[in-house]
Design a protein around this ligand. Sequence first.
Ligand SMILES: [Fe+2]
Ligand SMILES: [Fe+2]
Length: 160
Amino acid sequence: MLTETSQIKLVSEVPVSLVLELHHRRLDEMLDRVEMDVEIGDWSEARTGFARFQVELEEHMRIEEEMIFPSFEAFTRSPGGPTAVMRAEHDQIRQVLTVLEGFLGDEQPIDEATLALEALLSVHNDKEERVIYPMFEQHAPPEACAALKLELRPLLGHSE
Ligand SMILES: [Fe+2]
Ligand SMILES: [Fe+2]
């Protein structure tokens, strides 16, 4: 596990695309842990872990919607293009999060909803990592990259 200092160093020195990819992996692990807690019947821990996962994923999507997608739209001059699909996928992800939250609250099986969320995230994150992030990095002005890194820092610096 990285110390806070090394996380800050990581965020300031590595490309934003890599920081965002690392955050995808971190979110995957948080969801895996929720599934494991449900498997062993620890609903309270699962709900706590899920709440943390939901807050972090919401923050991740907010940063993309407010900072990355608008910049991508500006240089591709295509507000109805790929980012419209990405925004629609965020909405689908949010819908499944709400369903999952309900199942966890009622202590109902989460397998199907989790599978659906993992499938959505896998396709979505792959497109971001292959297309959106590299293009953002290539075209965004240095100030936009610096501002983005400032926003991302608390996400990776979050303690477990
Ligand atoms: Fe996204
Ligand atoms: Fe993302």
